[in-house]
Design a protein around this ligand. Structure first.
Ligand SMILES: Cc1cc2nc3c(=O)[nH]c(=O)nc-3n(C[C@H](O)[C@H](O)[C@H](O)COP(=O)(O)OP(=O)(O)OC[C@H]3O[C@@H](n4cnc5c(N)ncnc54)[C@H](O)[C@@H]3O)c2cc1C
Length: 432
């Protein structure tokens, strides 16, 4: 590799894939007809499929690549409530009742994922470690404090402020201006979580076929005719779970999601004392930058996984790796010279209102737009979506009550992304 910051055996695949390689599924053609066909085998698709398969519907999941090839096995494994806008902002847009329901959806997703992992006994290093969300400027600390103070009390959101003077108890860096701790946020090995879900779909009777891209969707009577790389399948219901990889097959959704690359590295193992000094509570960490950095210790506590976006345009993990390492060293100067063992990326889906969306359009069921924060929420909304396909009332969420915005002339090619990212990175730098 070009930079000597890469270890000699560095990989351009996710760190998680070393322990959990992409699954070898039987190489079979899809059946001719099913009740429910799910496009995309990430958390959203598998979680929906688990509901419909267990609900007695013949269920087939198709993926254009390996099972779980998308974000669901590439992410940082940080679990939050995923709802970015605060309650006040949501109340301005949607009224207090829907706002409270959306905030509650976030809380429910966080509680649900812990219960799900425990009840299904999924071996995935799930731990409620808490999050330190750090303020990159003094104004941002004040804004965090205001947001914490203005949360509706009856929603029971746990959070406490940590001043700059107390910060070293959370993080071995003086680069921030204090922050907030969310004690219920969690960490997980994302590929182990995905594998656990995949195993449960298969044992519940669901079928999963990899390397079988869906190339066209046509209405056919009460259902759909689904054209795939390996033949036509007819389905009563179709679930679209393609998130940051949404393509031309679903133009309505493509006009509503903005695919953005997120980049991440793993360091080589670090001395135990260094890890204890830098991340004394082993929390997941993020910051208030608009172009956020997120990082955490690996589940075995031996190395740092550091993610973010380090260029305006999409780039190559060979380029993003050393840049992420440089940002990490800016926060933790003692890590200068630390080498990269893995550098990789994936495409997340942003939306124009910074909210995820779930519902039905032209007969297609969908859940998407987690805005870079979908580990818990994609699992949860996929589950709710599966319930919606089954016609169950409990499938409805507060997020179903919001409309899914687009912008004039936007058809899925985010030409505005590079200048926007450049602008926000500049603002973040000034604030810091
Ligand atoms: C580097 C990185 C770090 C992240 N870190 C975090 C984090 O720490 N915490 C957090 O909460 N979130 C994080 N995320 C986001 C999170 O991973 C996603 O929100 C979540 O995994 C989305 O799951 P999904 O099932 O909706 O989509 P995906 O897992 O992306 O799955 C979509 C699938 O659809 C398939 N597909 C697309 N088109 C077709 C087609 N036509 N036919 C068949 N299949 C198709 C793709 O091949 C893909 O496998 C991160 C993402 C990245 C990339």
């Amino acid at each position: 590799m070009a930079s000597d910051l890469f270890a000699s055996d560095a990989k351009l695949t996710p760190y998680w894939w070393d322990r959990t390689p992409r699954p070898a599924l039987p190489d079979v053609a899809p059946p001719k007809a099913v009740d429910v066909l799910v496009v995309g085998s990430g958390y959203t698709g598998l979680s929906a499929a688990l509901q419909t398969a267990r609900g007695g519907r013949s269920t087939l999941v198709l993926d254009a690549e390996d099972a779980g090839w998308g974000c669901s096995t590439r992410n940082g494994g940080q679990i939050s409530t995923s709802i970015k806008p605060g309650y006040e902002e949501l109340a301005r847009r949607h009224g207090p009742e829907t706002a409270a329901r959306i905030v509650k959806d976030g809380q429910n997703s966080l509680a649900w994922i812990g219960d799900f992992v425990a009840s299904e006994q999924i071996d995935c290093d799930f731990k409620v470690v808490g999050r330190f969300h750090a303020a990159h400027g003094p104004r941002h600390y004040d804004a965090l404090a205001l947001r914490v103070a203005n949360q509706p009390k009856d929603l029971g959101i746990e959070a406490h402020m940590v001043s700059r003077a107390e910060q070293r108890g959370e993080l071995g860096s003086d680069a921030y201006h204090g922050g907030v701790v969310y004690p219920r946020h969690a960490s997980v090995d994302p590929a182990r979580l995905h594998q656990g879900m995949l195993d449960r779909v298969l044992t519940s009777g669901g079928g999963v076929v990899a390397h079988c891209r869906v190339t066209a969707l046509r209405r056919n009577g009460g259902g759909f005719e689904v054209e795939t790389a390996r033949g036509i399948v007819s389905a009563r219901n179709v679930v679209v779970a393609t998130n940051g990889y949404t393509g031309e097959v679903t133009p309505w959704l493509r006009r509503r999601v903005i695919p953005i690359g997120s980049y991440i590295i793993a360091t080589e193992p670090l001395p135990r004392e260094t890890m204890a000094r830098l991340m004394p509570k082993a929390r997941v960490i993020s910051d208030t930058r608009k172009v956020v950095y997120y990082y955490r210790p690996s589940p075995d506590g031996s190395r740092i996984l550091f993610g973010g976006r380090v260029s305006a345009d999409e780039t190559d993990p060979r380029v993003s790796g050393p840049r992420l390492q440089a940002e990490m060293v800016r926060l933790f100067p003692e890590l200068a010279g630390t080498r990269i063992s893995h550098s990789w990326c994936g495409f997340v889906a942003y939306t124009f209102d910074e909210l995820m969306h779930v519902g039905e359009q032209d007969g297609l069921h969908y859940a998407t737009g987690y805005c870079g924060s979908g580990v818990g929420m994609a699992c949860y909304l996929g589950m709710r979506l599966g319930q919606q396909v089954l016609g169950l009332r409990e499938g409805q969420t507060g997020l179903n009550a919001t409309s899914f915005p687009t912008r004039p002339f936007y058809s899925g090619n985010p030409w505005f992304l590079a200048p926007s990212v450049a602008y926000y990175r500049w603002r973040d730098r000034i604030a810091a």
